[in-house]
Design a protein around this ligand. Structure first.
Ligand code: ADP
Ligand code: ADP
Length: 231
């Protein structure tokens, strides 16, 4: 079974803003997929229908055969603006990833189990921040913050890792650093990953497969060898 299936997916905002148009694709388990395309092409919307934050207007999005809206705990998400709580440590931020798995009520009633804490430390280790786990997020560099964001998504123990322009605000060195941690995390944990990126040269270094999106349509799906600079 594919990790992700889009079956004739169309998303229209308001009356007539077509963000996704008749998308019919499959993503295989364990693939590291990079979404490429100009601003406004529909990349964020593609990720939002995958994490169940937005419903398609038509068609079905499935994650391992289950509708995307009911598979939300299986999806971890990394954001361009990372959305860390700056006053909390890297460890405490990573731990908040357990909230979506445990449910808010249980989390508030019992706080975190030792197992959750262990999971958070392992996730920080995966992104190379075990020794910085006590550091306040607000005092970290942009690249470190983004790695904490990845750790938080990993604590959720997802099958699918999504990232919306995770390195857009970083310099090229930090961007490569973050991408290589994300790639390594996905590979160690057998995750399927879908990341939007606008830097084609960085995409080329890290992607296994590529989806080119333009005007809401997938205009390209292929491997690194198939990738030209003009998608
Ligand atoms: P990208 O991530 O590639 O920049 P988006 O998915 O954000 O593309 O946007 C695709 C299209 O949908 C654009 O025309 C954008 O203006 C529009 N759009 C995105 N989100 C919304 C929204 N919440 N309401 C209305 N239009 C939206
Ligand atoms: P932000 O853009 O900072 O996320 P919001 O929280 O108000 O601001 O989210 C509005 C969402 O709508 C954003 O995700 C943005 O991508 C999307 N959007 C994009 N284009 C449009 C548009 N033309 N009209 C309305 N919303 C849009």
């Amino acid at each position: 079974m594919p990790a992700v299936t889009f079956d004739d997916v169309t998303k229209i905002y308001g009356e007539d803003t077509v963000a996704l148009r008749d998308i019919d694709i499959e993503i295989e388990e364990g693939e590291f997929v990079i979404l490429l395309g100009p601003s406004g092409a529909g990349k964020s919307t593609f990720l939002r229908v995958l994490n169940g934050l937005t419903q398609p207007t038509e068609g079905e999005v499935a994650i391992q055969g289950q509708s995307a809206t009911s598979a939300r705990e299986d999806v971890g998400m990394v954001f361009q603006e990372h959305y860390l709580i700056e006053s909390m440590s890297a460890f405490q931020n990573a731990l908040t990833g357990a909230l979506s798995r445990n449910g808010l009520l249980r989390s508030f009633l019992t706080w975190h189990s030792e197992a959750d804490k262990e999971t958070a430390l392992e996730a920080l280790d995966t992104v190379g921040l075990l020794h910085e786990s006590g550091q306040r997020a607000g005092s970290m560099s942009g690249g470190q913050k983004q790695r904490v964001g990845i750790a938080r998504a990993l604590v959720q123990q997802p099958n699918l890792l999504l990232a919306d322009e995770p390195v857009a605000s970083l310099d090229p060195k930090a961007a490569r650093d973050v991408m290589s941690y994300m790639k390594q995390a996905a590979s160690e944990r057998d995750l399927t990953a879908v990341t939007s990126l606008h830097q084609v040269n960085i995409a080329r270094e890290f992607g296994d497969t590529f989806l080119g999106v333009r005007d809401g349509e997938v205009v390209f799906q292929g491997t690194r060898e198939d990738l030209t600079m003009d998608v």
